[in-house]
Ligand binder design. Structure first.
Ligand code: GLU
Ligand code: ZN
Length: 308
């Protein structure tokens, strides 16, 4: 099926842990142009499921910066912090299917577990066959994390930019957390539920999430939800090789975002306009027409432009 034959729905899903910066602008611009170039919709979702990491005013700052950039989203903004009941429902379905188990391991308990290819510790399976009797009191269970049981699940998919991907979840990730011991739902569960309920056809986001995608595909299978297509664009890295992120204090966009939009466009190796656009609206109209998937650099990371 050609992209125009399906109803394209894309999204941008920032976490409100700080202001919009060059790295997140690249993801916003790529997801926007890919959706609009296909005549599709583009939705905005605030991923504030991890409430302790959310910063006061960050959501407002991100939304204001996106508006200043000229992005227009379809429908109301969805906020994960208001969707606990929906995630709880998904968790119940997993539990009823025998797909999850309680885990009482502390961070300390897992310190000696080997590092997986995804850069996280592989869960050694400590609690997967049931907790010791002494620990199964009601109060312990309330403080338990819930993990999705991973068996011999090898996930393969073809990323629209990065090409064929394969992850052996058992050896590279292990059983993974879907609800944390503090009661918060994990990003992996929330994002899968929301992408499905919002009928997202195509996820365009930074390649730092490439290693999370097989977990999300496994959750889609366990919950019998459709899988969107994935396109992971390169992430911008700083001079010492670290990902630009709100946590590493990447700078907020300046008042006039047009130079940053053009820098993000160049970062994605897209065809430059002949004459400099006068306004962000002019730029986005051009960008939507000129957007070229085949010109995107098929690599997971690239140096950020200087001054970004
Ligand atoms: N909320 C995630 C972030 O800001 C992005 C999640 C996604 O696009 O799936 O890194
Ligand atoms: Zn455990």
């Amino acid at each position: 099926m050609t992209p125009s034959a399906i109803a394209y729905r894309g999204r941008f899903a920032p976490s409100p842990t700080g202001p919009l910066h060059f790295g997140s602008l690249v993801a916003a611009l790529a997801s926007y142009c890919d959706a609009r170039a296909a005549g599709g919709q583009w939705l905005l979702r605030i991923e504030d499921v991890d409430t302790p990491r959310s910063r006061a005013g960050a959501e407002e700052a991100i939304v204001a910066a996106l508006a200043r950039c000229g992005f227009v989203w379809d429908g109301p903004i969805l906020r994960q912090s208001q969707r606990q009941a929906i995630y709880a429902d998904a968790l119940e379905r997993l539990r009823a299917a025998g797909a999850i188990f309680d885990c009482t391991c502390t961070r300390r308990d897992l310190e000696s577990a080997p590092m997986g290819a995804a850069g996280e510790r592989v869960y050694p399976g400590t609690c997967r066959d049931g907790l010791p009797q002494s620990l199964t009191t009601r109060s312990t269970r309330a403080r338990c994390a819930q993990r999705l049981r991973v068996d011999s699940d090898v996930v393969t998919f073809v990323d629209l930019l990065q090409g064929p991907q394969r992850q052996d979840l058992a050896s590279e990730v292990g059983d993974f957390v879907v609800r944390r011991s503090d009661g918060l739902f994990a990003y992996q569960l929330a994002v899968v539920v929301d992408d499905a309920l919002q009928e997202i056809s195509t996820v365009v986001r930074g390649a730092d999430l490439l290693a999370s995608t097989p977990r999300q595909i496994l959750l889609q299978r366990r919950l019998q939800l459709p899988a969107p297509e994935y396109l992971h664009v390169p992430v911008a890295i700083g001079s010492t090789g670290e990902k630009l992120s709100k946590q590493t204090q990447a700078r907020a966009l300046p008042e006039n975002p047009l130079p940053a939009l053009l820098a993000a466009w160049r970062f994605l190796d897209q065809p430059m306009p002949e004459a400099a656009p006068a306004t962000v609206a002019d730029f986005l109209a051009f960008a939507t027409r000129a957007w070229s998937r085949v010109r995107l650099p098929p690599v997971p990371m690239l140096p950020a432009p200087r001054g970004g």
